[in-house]
Write a protein of this length. Sequence first.
Length: 438
Amino acid sequence: MYKQVAEDMMKFIKKSPTAFHVVENIKNQLLDDHYHELLESEKWHLEQGKKYFVIRNQSSIIAFKIGQRLDNYSFHVVASHSDSPTFKLKESAEIEVKNKYVQLNTEGYGGMICSSWLDRPLSIAGRVLIKNQNTFETKLFNIDKDLVLIPNVAIHMNRDVNDKMVYNKQVDMLPLFGGSQVKPGDLKTLIAKTLEVKEENIYGHDLYLYNRNSYSIWGLHDEFISCPQLDDLQCAYATLQGFMQGYHDETVQVYACFDNEEVGSSSKQGADSSLLYDVLQRIHNGLSLPVEDYYRAIASSFMVSADNAHAVHPNHPEKNDATNHVFMNEGIVIKSHAGQKYTSDAVSCALFKGICEKAEVPLQFFSNRSDMVGGSTLGNIASTHVSMNSVDIGLPQLAMHSSYETAGIKDSYNMIKAMITFFNAHIKQVKTGEYIIE
């Protein structure tokens, strides 16, 4: 049960080396379940009881199911993100070193743990823009082989490597692409050959490094899982499965997976864009409902912002808060922060606790130490565009932002159970400060 869910989730991650592949794989699951694709550039014709999705930039996706009894409806939203810290190739990427090596020129994307990218097999994936007469077509790209590696400097030449190493991304983190037989221009040749296009027809690309290490289930009782990109594809996958299995006739159920969370969400496809607001407005308008009903719906709507949380580290338990700390395999995490880096408050915590009680799923509570600055997530950002009750949750993990992260084998299963219950429910505001869950 737990193991099968974990394996399915990690297989999804293995097929999803970049945000573009994440969205493509989500899209394919939705199409298999008879969802209809919409384009933002076209007029939407929506019907109650039907299922739809829309994609922006090929890296963010919002799917929704429309109930059939919408006199007093609300939106039930779950949000996660499709991106992970990595290294992006620059436009002119190849660098010759003494006519014996060719490196690739990259820049950091997000706050990665640099050392975790060293001395392991890597490859390149992303999207490529191809010109065909007057048409510019996007093709997904993935070199499915161990293609590049970022080598460490030997300890004999860097005696401080275990004491006070500071990584310079322009010097220390460039991947080695080939030896003396490789020349500048070979990367573009490789891309063209892989995509079966002419080199001169390649007009642009967004290409990233990704870790080729396969997933692992480990521990004395197989209690842990490890693989790349658990933050946040574990939540993206598990919430998608819950969304697809849950349904309530008096709600519009919404699944959102945003790009660019790792770099602040300030992009046309990030949580700090108009995307969620645009889609919710167009759903309401497309159903020809009164304008007033939209504001009534928002007042009772609820968003679950799902992004992984820090489990207690066995070597450094002192890094966590004294009383609000969490462990792998012991339940979904509600994250709180007085400064609203997490959007959870008493109302949203209580309502989500009620959902988890119905689902018979354990809960844990996380806060950062008061003397340490933690990360933020997409819930509070999205809420500034569409104001609704929102709770920040996640699944506990170790080594967040490493190229190879660790989590508990039970947790994806518990998240799916909780999300099914969430989407099977209808939360209503009945008076100020009073809500019911049906």
